[in-house]
Design a protein. Structure first.
Length: 98
């Protein structure tokens, strides 16, 4: 795999990225001659991994919401009943204030 210094990458970014995209070229990026990164095409596998990571993050957020909601539930009262009672209480208080 060819190497490209960070200065060369900066100066020839368009050409190098075009080679990665069109020729599926891969480069080891170096700083002071030491490898620091790999520049390679973004593949279908990368896309699938990104989608999976995003889905995992969304699921974790939903689980956190469920945990938070569970901490505020009243045993024996459904969510629908609780929302109905809250709505009715707010309606009563708004009509009494008028």
């Amino acid at each position: 795999m060819p190497t490209v210094g960070v200065r060369e990458l900066r100066n020839n970014a368009t050409k190098i990225v075009r080679a990665v995209r069109e020729e599926l070229a891969e480069y080891v990026v170096t700083v002071d001659g030491k490898p620091v990164a790999v520049l390679r095409p973004y593949t279908a596998v990368d896309q699938a991994l990104q989608r999976q990571a995003e889905a995992d993050e969304a699921i974790a957020e939903l689980r956190a919401i469920v945990t938070e909601l569970a901490a505020h539930t009243i045993p024996g009262v459904s969510g629908v009943e609780a929302l109905r009672e809250e709505r009715d209480a707010r309606w009563r208080s708004s009509t009494q204030a008028s």
